[in-house]
Structure formats: C-alpha cells, structure tokens
Design a protein around this ligand. Structure first.
Ligand SMILES: NC(=O)c1ccc[n+]([C@@H]2O[C@H](COP(=O)([O-])OP(=O)(O)OC[C@H]3O[C@@H](n4cnc5c(N)ncnc54)[C@H](OP(=O)(O)O)[C@@H]3O)[C@@H](O)[C@H]2O)c1
Length: 312
C-alpha cells in the first residue's frame, strides 16, 4: 500500500485523482488552504484532509513525513507575475525540497501542454512561462537527486463532470443569444479528466527510474478549434433548440478589450489577457512525445463524454 500526498487534491482534476487513488486502495492525504474546499472528497475511504498553508515550507515538510509519493496539482489560471511565480515556481521548489527532506521516492507534477523548460522566458503567457520555469526546477532536481523519481504530466484542456470549460460554454449559451468568442481559431486536443487521473495512477505504479524527469503529454484523440468546442457545448446542452448559439470570432484587438473588461469584473475572470496570450500557440501534442497510449490508456473522445454530462 502507498501513502500519497496530493497537493491540489480538492480541485477539479484533484478530486478525480483522489477517487481513483482510494479505489486502488492507497492512503491519500490532501492538504488544503480551507477545509471547506475538501467537501467533495472528505468522505472518501482512506483519505485524510489537512488544513495547511502549503506555502509554509516548514509546515509542508512536516505534513509530508511518512508519505512515499507526492502529486502536485496546484495551479492558478489568473494572476500577476508574482502570483504565478508563487503558485507555480516557488511552491514547486518547496515541494521538491520537502520530498528530498522526507525521503519521498516519487513526485508527480501536473504541468500543462505548451510548457517546456526551454521556453521559460519565451512562452507567450505568464501562465506558460511559470509552468515552464517549474518544469525547469524539476529537471534540475531530478538530475541532482536520482533517488527521487520525478514525472511531469502535461495535459491539454481537460473536460469531464465538474469542468470549468464545456460547462461554462454551455451555461453562457443558455443565457446569451450569441457568443462573441476570443481565440476562436486556437486549436486544442481536449483530454478526459478520468484519463488524466488514470495516467497519474499508472505513473505512480511505474518501476523506478533515476535521473532525468520523465514527461508525458496527455491529450485526447480530437484536435478541435475553440469555436467548434463552444458549438459542441451549446448543441449538446440543448441551447438554441439543440443547434447551439451563433459564435462570432473576435479579432485580437477586440478580444483583448473583452478580456480586460472581464478582468475588472469581481471574481475569477472568464478570460484574461494572459489566457489569450496562452492561446497564441496551439494546445496540441508534440509529435514523438510519450502520452496516454504509452501508459496503456485509450484516450476517450470528447463528444460522447460531454453529451453524458451536458445533456442532463
Ligand atoms: N483544468 C484544465 O483544463 C487543465 C488543463 C491543463 C493543465 N491543468 C493543470 O492541472 C492541474 C489541476 O488543475 P485543476 O483544473 O484541477 O485546478 P483547480 O480546480 O483550480 O484546483 C487547483 C487546486 O490548487 C489549489 N490552489 C489553487 N490556488 C492555490 C494557491 N494560490 N496556493 C495554493 N494552492 C492553491 C486549490 O486547493 P485549495 O483551495 O483546497 O487549497 C485547488 O485544489 C493544474 O496544475 C493545472 O494547471 C488543468
């Protein structure tokens, strides 16, 4: 039996990961900044919720003691450069040091498609540059500390029950008669949350390798433009009498104004200028990179899965 410490276990992907980890009989500890955020997972058998400031390195190191493996799913989508650096880079450094201090043998880090240690200064957005910088930290840790097996998973956009992607576009089309869409022609290769969670479980079960960090790109079988995904969300949820709402792709200058106005609204923005910058590069797999197939997983297509939760 393994003891796994799952940072970000309360989130969308994390809750699916925790469900799959307890299903295979592993003990799971989930630190959270606020216990109330763990409501969806705290009932799982063998799962312990810890209220903890994960940025407090001493507390993090103490809490991680006795765990054989760590999964890090913490990330933010919006913020200033300092917030991205704190959540993505500095926290990754602290997690890696805490792993080494506790003799943890495996660290699985969930990054994002488009991140690459070679692009930590040139990737198009703060999000991708900070994700890339976190991967660079882990590459160094892996080569300096072969006793710690480091695995990096880079998913494309993730769909599934509880996603903030297809569900949001479905809700918007229930309200508005048409959708002015930024980044309409950006291409994605959406991957099912259950496949991502399964990949994490499989990576945790792989035999030990020392040295370089191993990286997998997690994508589904369909390459689609954002406008086609938004149309699918509308049609499957029954908006516009099942045809979806008309979608108007915005030119970049107008998209930036829209994103700026959304940033001014209270709460997390639907789209920020940094999100737009991320979409300057297609979010699709790099040829030759290992992925779900190499982990023995047949990636699910988006349409039947999205139909099952959007048509409810
Ligand atoms: N969802 C996608 O489409 C997608 C696509 C590509 C990559 N990914 C990656 O997959 C991972 C999981 O994504 P997700 O969609 O599940 O994210 P999520 O639902 O937003 O969950 C993020 C988790 O991180 C914790 N967290 C958030 N901000 C934090 C902060 N400032 N400091 C410390 N902890 C913080 C939260 O825990 P508490 O609130 O409980 O503390 C939460 O459980 C991330 O690395 C993300 O970049 C996601």
């Amino acid at each position: 039996m393994k003891n796994i410490f799952v940072l970000g276990g309360t989130g969308f992907v994390g809750s699916h990961v925790c469900e799959q980890l307890v299903r295979v009989g592993w003990q799971v500890t989930v630190p959270t900044r606020r216990r109330v955020n763990a409501q969806a997972i705290q009932h799982l058998p063998g799962l312990t919720v810890l209220e903890l400031d994960v940025h407090d390195e001493a507390a993090l190191t103490h809490a991680m003691a006795g765990h054989g493996a760590v999964v890090n799913l913490v990330a933010i989508l919006h913020g200033d450069p300092a917030a991205f650096a704190k959540a993505h880079v500095q926290l990754t450094e602290k997690v890696a040091r805490a792993c080494l201090a506790n003799g943890v043998s495996q660290l699985v880090h969930v990054s994002a498609l488009g991140a690459d240690p070679a692009r930590m200064t040139t990737a198009p957005s703060y999000y991708l540059r900070s994700k890339s910088a976190a991967e660079a930290v882990l590459a160094q840790v892996a080569s300096a500390s072969p006793a710690l097996r480091v695995s990096v998973l880079r998913p494309s956009v993730i769909f599934g029950v509880g996603d903030q992607f297809m569900n949001v576009f479905a809700k918007l089309q229930a309200i508005f008669p048409f959708i002015p869409l930024a980044g309409a022609d950006a291409r994605f290769q959406p991957v099912w949350v259950s496949d991502v969670a399964q990949a994490i479980v499989r990576v945790l079960a792989l035999p030990h390798h020392g040295g370089a960090a191993h990286t997998w790109e997690l994508v589904g079988p369909d390459v689609m433009r954002l406008r086609d995904l938004v149309h699918m969300a509308g049609a499957l949820s029954g908006a516009g009498a099942g045809k979806g709402r008309p979608i108007f792709g915005l030119p970049m200058w107008m998209a930036r104004i829209q994103a700026f106005l959304m940033e001014l609204a209270p709460g997390a923005p639907l789209m920020s200028r940094d999100n737009l910058d991320s979409m300057r590069v297609d979010n699709i797999a790099t040829s030759g990179m290992p992925g779900l197939a190499q982990l023995g997983i047949t990636a699910a297509a988006i349409e039947p899965v999205a139909r099952s939760y959007l048509s409810r």
